[in-house]
Design a protein around this ligand. Structure first.
Ligand SMILES: Nc1nc2c(c(=O)[nH]1)N[C@H]1C(S)=C(S)[C@@H](COP(=O)(O)OP(=O)(O)OC[C@H]3O[C@@H](n4cnc5c(N)ncnc54)[C@H](O)[C@@H]3O)O[C@H]1N2
Ligand code: MOO
Length: 453
């Protein structure tokens, strides 16, 4: 049986949505039974509840510029000052609560400092005379320092009002928000130190094949190093999932069946294997799961044609093909979008239209996914960016995969395309490493915190 890409996408989504024990609404299902994560540890996670701002941002009226705070009664109608000369009051650095302004005097004030009472406007230092602040020596030498204002000052100028970013009590972040640097920075600015996050979607990752050996071990004749475990583990971590990495399994169906049965009730949300699902004589996954509720099928896609889908002991199961590019393309096309729909993370890939830099042909009966390098349009007049294909269509070309920044889609029915024809590309180089708190504990800058005990 041959399925279209769209049909298999729906099948994978249905599997995760209806067969997985992952809670459909995990808002009340916090990690650790209601515990929260410190902000930095919550990067890449999904907020479990609506969070209200406990304080306003800014928390108080403050200055947007280094300059002088001018009394409201020293500003004429519509801000006219007639170049008024004012006495210089005590400077206001950021971090203090200043006394109210006295009419006839202007207080030197620094960016971010609290606005004193009675202030009508801030005048940037560049706009007054003298155009630089007095030194401590100037203050000691002359008790009657003065400053000349410009002819006009806009009332309220350069005052950042309390609550103008967000007022206290308003929703700072809604449940379901993916927590990245900006969102976590907002929570920190609100004085929040820990955040309730949704449970992670947990995947058991198992790689099969007599021919694969662990990276780091001595190369053996006829064997290859296991690329797929690392490739899929990091792709899943990037996508916000948690990964349990199973040891490599050789082509022994009985042992594989036992291993899969042993993990089926361990609270994981998906079992994912690579390899052993096509037409060979030693297709271990296919043999181990014969007569089970796992279906082996063919999707009209290249790479990633052979696929397996079903349940093992009630736990959703996906079998990706063993070729590394096939495994990653399967992840991008089927599992990643389903995770977005079910777990609220990751963000969908950015889809762009690009002009081919060269001609290309593709099997008409299949949706071909090529790897490419996307270059944004060089000038504003150009309608779209361009894409250069990297490597051929072969699903073993992991080096070419590593040198690409987009997946290039040549949908079913495409046949051949000329240079300049438009194609749809998915931007995949926005992948970042899993959360890491990388300063070694011995580093002089290291502080106690997540990852730095
Ligand atoms: N007669 C047919 N042969 C093949 C067909 C077919 O339709 N008829 N389909 C081909 C396609 S397309 C793919 S994709 C592969 C899928 O094969 P399997 O999923 O059964 O995977 P394996 O045979 O175990 O391995 C395929 C390939 O990938 C290498 N591999 C496997 N695991 C890893 C790993 N962890 N790290 C790196 N490389 C790995 C393996 O050595 C093979 O070269 O089947 C085609 N054959
Ligand atoms: O489907 Mo295979 O993944 O074309 O190489």
């Amino acid at each position: 049986m041959i399925r279209s890409v769209e049909e298999h996408q729906q099948a994978v989504l249905g599997l995760l949505r209806y067969s997985s024990s992952y809670p459909a609404d995990s808002r009340t299902d916090l990690d650790g039974g209601g515990t929260e994560l410190p902000l930095a540890a919550a990067r890449g996670r999904v907020l479990a509840v609506d969070l209200q701002a406990p304080v306003s941002l800014p928390p108080f009226d403050n200055s947007q510029m280094d300059g002088y705070a001018v009394h409201v009664d020293d500003l004429g109608p519509a801000g006219g000052t007639s170049g008024r000369t004012l006495r210089v009051g005590a400077p206001i650095p950021a971090g203090i609560e200043p006394p109210d302004l006295v009419q006839g005097s202007a207080a030197p004030i620094m960016t971010g400092a609290m606005i004193p009472g009675n202030t009508g406007a801030i005048v940037p230092i560049e706009r007054v005379t003298p155009a630089q602040f007095y030194s401590a020596a100037d203050y000691e030498a002359d008790a009657e320092l003065t400053v000349d204002l410009p002819d006009t000052v806009e009332p309220g100028a350069y005052i950042r009002r309390a609550g103008s970013d967000i007022p206290a009590g308003a929703t700072a972040l809604a449940a379901g928000t993916l927590l990245g640097p900006a969102q976590l920075g907002l929570l920190a600015a609100c004085g929040i130190a820990a955040v309730p996050v949704r449970r992670q979607f947990t995947v058991l990752l198992l790689t099969t094949g007599d021919e694969v050996q662990e990276p780091g071990s001595t190369p053996q004749p006829g064997k290859i190093f296991d690329a797929n475990t690392t490739l899929l583990e990091t792709a899943l971590l990037d996508a916000g999932a948690a990964v349990i990495r199973h040891r490599l399994m050789d082509d022994n169906p009985t042992l594989l069946r036992e291993a899969l049965a042993a993990v089926a009730d361990s609270g994981i949300h998906l079992i994912l294997t690579t390899g052993g699902i096509s037409q060979g004589a030693y297709e271990v996954v296919k043999q181990a799961l014969a007569n089970s509720s796992v279906e082996f099928l063919s999707v009209a896609m290249q790479p990633g044609g052979p696929q397996a889908l079903g349940t093992i002991g009630g736990v959703p199961f996906l079998g990706f093909p063993g070729n590394p590019v096939s495994a990653l393309v399967s992840f991008e096309m089927f599992l990643r979008p389903a995770l977005t729909a079910v777990a609220g993370v990751p963000h969908p890939r950015v889809v762009l239209t690009a002009a081919l830099e060269e001609e290309v042909s593709s099997p008409e009966a299949k949706h071909q996914v090529r790897r490419g390098w996307y270059t944004p349009r060089a000038a504003a007049g150009e309608p779209v960016g361009t894409v250069r294909l990297v490597g051929g269509p072969g699903s073993h070309l992991i080096h070419a995969l590593a040198e690409s920044n987009v997946l290039v889609h040549l949908p079913t029915g495409t046949g051949s395309l000329a240079a300049g024809d438009l194609v749809s590309v998915w931007l995949v180089d926005g992948m970042h490493g899993a959360p890491s708190f990388g300063i070694p504990a011995a580093h002089p800058l290291a502080v106690a915190g997540p990852g730095n005990p």
